[in-house]
Design a protein around this ligand. Structure first.
Ligand code: ATP
Ligand code: MG
Length: 544
């Protein structure tokens, strides 16, 4: 089913193997910062990194980029591991942290100082920003740029020893304040943060910056292809500069690909975190969130996400993918294997006046096209619920459902006719009085009648009352922005219904179901008797 993808990265890797540039195993890494939950954009990177290592024979490090203790936490570290494993990828014993290399990184910084390639700068953060210049103007050299190696060593040592307050000093690379690439204008390599780190505790009060850390960790781990997203393209010269200016005999190539964007949602941990902290969603695993935890809770399968990433592909073009592609992949993954039963979202009572309730139990297959899924019992009764939308007393042309005098088949049961509509004082339909055709039982129908259509139902006395949660898009617009985040939220993105499911669904060991004609549903792992709609059905279920 899944053709191995061929994209420019895979072609490059193949070339590197064919030419002998890379000998032996392909080594990649996925380097999340543990400052939030993973989203479907990360899945693209995970599928790529772990995918190519699997395909070409190699392995992948799961490396936490834990260089900012102020924003990071163990909760996220655990959630990220859970999500990567859930997607179906294994790092076995290759779980590392940037913090594992703090000693090595410190030594490398000293090496740069000794080579006259780094200096301690005592400008404030604001002054550094001001002197950085712009795209059209060069930056200004720091007055501390000419410090001697000895002075720099001593100051850096004192930074490490905790003698300075946050922001008082930084270590900067000495590169070129006139570089057209702003990242090369003496970037900061180390900063002071008096903060307890989740792994190293209070051992360090200076922390290395991402651009300094990442390339060295890649080299130390022997990463053969360092794959990252396009926003790092302008950082590549710095990645290379660091490795070229320390004594390191391994230099991974950094290769960039485009970020995944998805319509009607945001893929940025910062914005997703804002939704959580402002209480705009229930949490990181709210089923409307594009996080892997949210998608999982909604009932999306790992297979659907992997297939989605495969179809999106890997290019250098920035793109915002349509939600319908993800939905297509979800349905495709569920359609052949998930049990199909009946649930009613918006119940309307049907009383069958000529039916004598004697505990009759009907039955039907769990999946009409997949007999492997077996069959289930379907208790019938004199009182049923059908979907309110399946009845009208003013039927339009070609109405295939129930209306006064019309015949419909109850799925896997009998044909019924609507004889009477009972209304309450306000004129709302309260129940339908129908009669059933005894000879029309599904499978042994001798009635010769042609019903209008087929509708789903549950028997009132055996159905299980459940909460059904329907989800729409979290945002009203395809490209919600940071500035309008709150206004762009669609208040109709969650609808809660009190409905019913047939008992066999309730008692089944499965968590995924299709409720016929309504979509795919998933039992909420956190809330009893609640079903989340994973995705609706594209094609409305054909009668017959
Ligand atoms: P965010 O902007 O959501 O905070 P990030 O890039 O800061 O994302 P990291 O934890 O640093 O988050 O990401 C780990 C890896 O995942 C990085 O290599 C990054 O390039 C990749 N990644 C993040 N978002 C996407 C995306 N939308 N599409 C593809 N890859 C992504
Ligand atoms: Mg990042």
């Amino acid at each position: 089913m899944t053709q191995p993808a061929s994209d420019f990265i895979r072609q490059r890797i193949k070339q590197d193997l064919d030419s002998g540039l890379v000998e032996g195993a392909i080594v990649t890494r996925f380097p999340p910062e543990p400052n939030g939950y993973l989203h479907i954009g990360h899945a693209k990177s995970i599928c790529l990194n772990f995918g190519v290592a699997e395909e070409f024979g190699g392995y992948t490090y799961l490396r936490f980029d834990d260089t900012n203790p102020l924003k990071e936490s163990d909760t996220y570290v655990e959630a990220i591991q859970q999500d990567v494993a859930w997607l179906g990828f294994e790092w076995s014993d290759r779980l590392t942290n940037a913090s594992d290399y703090f000693d090595a990184l410190y030594a490398r910084a000293v090496e740069l100082i000794d080579g006259g390639k780094a200096y301690v700068c005592s400008l404030t953060g604001e002054e550094i920003r001001q002197s950085r210049g712009t795209l059209t103007e060069p930056g200004k050299e720091s007055p501390y740029r000419g410090r001697s190696v000895e002075e720099n060593r001593e100051l850096f040592e004192r930074m490490r020893a905790g003698e300075f307050a946050d922001g008082e000093q930084v270590l900067r690379a000495k590169i070129d304040m006139a570089s057209p690439n702003i990242n090369m204008r003496d970037p900061v390599l180390y900063r002071i943060r008096h903060a307890t780190h989740q792994r190293t505790g209070d051992k360090w009060v200076i922390y290395p910056m991402y651009d300094f850390t990442h390339c060295i960790c890649d080299a130390l781990e022997g990463i053969t292809h360092s794959l990252c997203t396009l926003e790092f393209e302008d950082h590549r010269p710095l990645y290379d500069w660091v490795l070229d200016n320390i004594n390191m005999n391994f230099h991974p190539p950094q290769i960039e690909f485009s970020r995944l964007g998805l319509e009607y949602t945001v893929l940025s941990k910062r914005l997703l975190s804002q939704l959580v902290t402002q209480g705009l969603v229930e949490g990181w695993d709210d089923p409307r969130m594009p996080t892997l935890a949210g998608l999982r809770r909604r009932g999306v399968t790992p297979g659907a996400i992997r297939e989605f990433c495969r179809r999106v592909g890997v290019t250098k073009q920035d793109n915002r993918v349509e939600m319908s592609l993800l939905e297509f992949c979800i349905r495709r993954d569920l359609e052949g294997t998930v049990r199909r039963g009946m649930g009613v979202l918006n119940p309307l009572k049907v009383r069958i006046s000529n039916y004598r309730d004697d505990g009759e139990v009907l039955e039907g297959p769990w999946h009409a096209q997949n007999p492997d899924l077996g069959r289930r019992e379907l208790p019938f009764g004199a009182e049923l619920y059908i979907e309110r939308e399946d009845f009208t007393d003013a039927p339009p042309k070609k109405w295939r459902r129930l209306s006064p005098g019309a015949l419909v088949r109850l799925r896997y049961a009998y044909i019924i006719r609507c004889d009477e509509v009972v209304r309450d004082a306000r004129g709302e339909i309260q129940e339908l009085v129908c009669s059933y055709i005894p000879e029309s039982k599904s499978g042994s129908d001798t009635s010769g009648l042609k019903p209008n259509g087929v509708v789903h139902w549950v028997a009132a006395d055996t159905a299980v009352a459940v909460e059904i949660r329907l989800y729409g898009r979290l945002f009203k617009v395809p490209d919600p922005g940071a500035a309008t985040l709150v206004d762009d939220i669609d208040p109709a993105s969650l609808t809660i219904r009190s409905g019913y499911v047939e008992p066999a669904i309730h008692h089944s060991d499965d968590d995924h179901f299709q409720f016929e004609r309504l979509g795919y549903f998933f039992r909420d792992p956190e809330r009893a008797n609640t079903y989340n709609r994973t995705v609706s059905l594209r094609d409305s279920w054909k009668p017959g």
